[in-house]
Design a binder for this molecule. Structure first.
Ligand code: AMP
Ligand code: ZN
Length: 487
């Protein structure tokens, strides 16, 4: 099948045909979490969106090197060099070594990523593991004339850089406009320009996390780690760089400036940004206090949650909105997704036992094509999901004898449904046959319901179905008897 993958490039603000630097291979870098606290569901949305992108690139047959870093040093509270080091502050608060904080939240992050069935990146480099590379890069930027040192701290000279390159290109802003939005420098400021940012930060003697450098003891600025690690593992120019939209204006803008000042090349061909998860239209964040944790979501143990939701139902909920649109969390929306997901899974189960006919009344090739078209158009998962629901409708119609498909079409339908549901969307079946005890219990209940129906006690039979459905079970009646599924 001829593929033409198109994606929206933040750098050019248009949909472009994807052309990798090396045929058949893709270099993908995504900014990972700052591991000083648990990831909230908003962070997860970004990582799940890039998991979908990674999965689809793999499905298309690309050999992908997917690098997602762990920020375990250097991220200050304010994105522009203000406040304390996030790790040092938390370490003091919890009376732990900073590296204990890093270990605790890195493990927690991995657990959450596994629960959501995301694939592990090919390389997960840490900032603390690449201090040498960051120092080397800073040295080159200083010798190129785009950075200067004051009292052991090294700053990037934004105004000088902007004479040669365009600093605000990623957000399409002119330097004058950007300068207007920042505060005047005071006599106490070390930096020369209002937009200058730190590449290396001198530490006080009591600082816990510090390294020796040509400029004395200190730690790297937050942005330089991504420039150093992406260059190391993907090269001076690579294919795709991703992250949440909130990183565009500062973190990614500074990454481009650093890499360009060091390597004199545009570092990234395609910039991809995911939109935010919101709660009642307010961006989910730690500071807004609306950042519930995946664990709370699974158990329902949070004041904003009516009940618990399974990781796959949540993943499916996320897939029903395009990654570049905001996604507002609500119990109603999640419950609707839960039902949709259960319907999809029920259809996949029915598909296993579907019988072919001599002729087809449905165009399965068109269905397959529509699935690819959706994903090729900037990874449009919601349109893909709509097509998979059309697939489910066909499955149920064929099962009910209202439509028919040939043996070949049945094979193609199975391939299409399984590929897109499991490999591309990364959904899982949560009710597997190994769930033996539950299945036995459910069979007893369905049997009791059947017996009630036979003696025309419809009140009892309806009651059983309603109560099971209220607990998240889907009961499906068919000629050969009732079956169940759950989410
Ligand atoms: P952090 O750990 O704060 O560096 O964030 C990790 C990733 O989560 C970044 O790519 C952020 O852009 C992203 N992110 C943070 N908040 C949200 C949100 N509410 N919705 C979607 N992505 C988010
Ligand atoms: Zn980054």
């Amino acid at each position: 099948m001829d593929q033409e993958l198109k994606l929206y490039n933040t750098l050019t603000r248009q949909i472009e045909k994807f052309e990798p630097i090396h045929a058949g291979r893709v270099g993908l870098y995504v900014c990972g979490p700052t591991v000083y606290s648990d990831v909230h569901l908003g962070n997860c949305r970004t990582f799940i969106s890039f998991d979908l992108i990674y999965r689809y690139l793999l499905h298309l047959g690309y050999k992908v090197r997917y690098v997602r870093n762990i920020t375990d040093a250097g991220h200050l509270e304010g994105d522009r060099d203000e406040g304390d080091d996030k790790f040092a502050k938390k370490a003091k608060l919890e009376q732990l070594e900073p590296m204990e904080i890093v270990q605790k939240y890195t493990l927690g992050f991995h657990d959450v990523m596994r629960a959501f069935n995301t694939l592990a990146p090919s390389i997960e480099p840490t900032a603390t593991g690449h201090i040498g590379e960051q120092i080397e890069m800073i040295k080159i930027i200083i010798s190129s004339g785009y950075a200067y040192e004051v009292n052991g701290t090294v700053y990037f000279d934004v105004e000088k850089y902007n004479k040669e390159y365009s600093y605000g290109q990623l957000t399409n802003r002119r330097l004058d406009d950007l300068l207007e939005g920042t505060r005047e420098l005071s006599g106490q400021d070390e930096k020369h320009g209002r937009l200058d940012f730190a590449l290396w930060i001198a530490t006080k003697p009591e600082t816990l996390m510090k390294w020796n450098s040509p400029w004395g003891w200190g730690f790297p600025g937050w942005h330089i780690e991504c420039s150093a690690m992406s260059t190391k593992y993907l090269g001076e120019t690579f294919d795709i760089h991703g992250g949440g939209m909130d990183l565009q204006a500062t973190h990614h803008t500074n990454e481009i400036a650093q890499s360009q000042a060091c390597n004199h090349k545009s570092p990234v061909n395609y910039w991809l940004h995911t939109n935010m998860l919101t709660v009642n239209n307010v961006r989910m964040s730690k500071s807004a206090g609306n950042g519930f944790l995946p664990g709370e979501l699974f158990t329902g143990d949070h004041s904003l949650l009516e009940k618990g939701y399974s990781p796959t139902a949540v993943r499916f909920f996320m897939m029903q909105t395009h990654y570049r649109s905001t996604l507002d969390f609500s119990n109603e929306a999640l419950q609707a997704s839960e039902k949709g997901y259960a319907r999809l899974m029920a259809a996949i189960k029915t598909l296993e036992n579907l019988k072919p006919s001599a002729t087809s009344t449905s165009d399965i090739k068109a269905l397959e094509k529509n699935c690819y078209n959706a994903m090729n158009e900037d990874f449009n998962a919601p349109i893909l999901v709509a097509n998979l629901f059309e697939g489910s409708r066909i499955i149920n119609s064929v099962n009910d004898g209202k439509e028919a498909i040939t043996e070949d079409d049945l094979m193609l339908l199975k391939k299409t449904m399984n590929t897109f549901v499991f490999d591309v969307l990364g959904l899982m079946t949560e009710n597997t046959p190994s769930n033996g005890k539950l299945d036995t219990t459910m069979q007893i209940l369905l049997q009791l319901r059947e017996e009630a129906k036979q003696r025309k006690d419809y009140e009892t039979s309806d009651n059983i179905r309603k109560r099971l459905e209220a607990s998240g079970f889907i009961i499906k009646d068919a000629k050969e008897g009732a079956s169940w599924s759950s989410n």
